[in-house]
Design a protein around this ligand. Sequence first.
Ligand code: C5P
Length: 246
Amino acid sequence: MAEAERDLQGWDPADRIILALDRGDAEQALALAAAVPDLRWVKVGLELFTAAGPAVVRELRRRGLRVFLDLKFHDIPTTMAGACRSAARLGAELITVHACAGGEALAAAQAAAVEGAAAEGLSAPTLLAVTVLTSWDAARFRQELAIPTPLDDHAAALAALAAAAGLTGAVCSPQEVARLRAAHPRPFTLVTPGIRPAGSEAADQKRVMTPAQALAAGASHLVIGRPISAAADPAAAFAACCAELG
Ligand code: C5P
């Protein structure tokens, strides 16, 4: 807890919470964001981006929100670089890429993101490495992908690969955050979904932590969706999460 507390000094808890806008269209996503006046960060994922495109990112930014563009890019180096350049030009400040694209692709993506942001006079975004998706279990991972390394060791190796390629962040489950934080000290960014404030529904999330537990374990930012978006009063639910961190 000590490290997380020190790191929190001078920070507003609202800067630590990223609201996942998982609703399918721009109108609903913008309405949800507007319902939480103190919101700073939003996550735009594949579903919303595929439906609403770059325009919804521009509109969220126009409204003063910071954007985590969670499109999990995975392709050859040239294409990864092009996608990350475009995402950075759009003003996304956190961008996900699959670490298993390999070191050459990750390094190209990182360089292109820096260039893209600079071309627009923006600060460089943080590329976040996705290691092993939490929807995999160890047995299926070994059988279907024929990877003999234990899943958690494989995830740690992919995070190390990303860091060696120059990335300065990763996305991980609350269960992995302490191990990754030990290997990658701050200011390396660790973004963690699977967050459930005490008393809220876990729904399909199986291994959850409260916001305070995840920060104490080493998370930099917390992605929170339904505990805020499905609440009767999203602004109050967001405020309660902030109060827990403050
Ligand atoms: O509603 P909830 O808080 O479960 O939303 C969490 C968000 O984080 C969703 O957008 C979900 O897709 C995303 N996510 C996750 N687990 C991962 C990676 C992403 O829940 N391992």
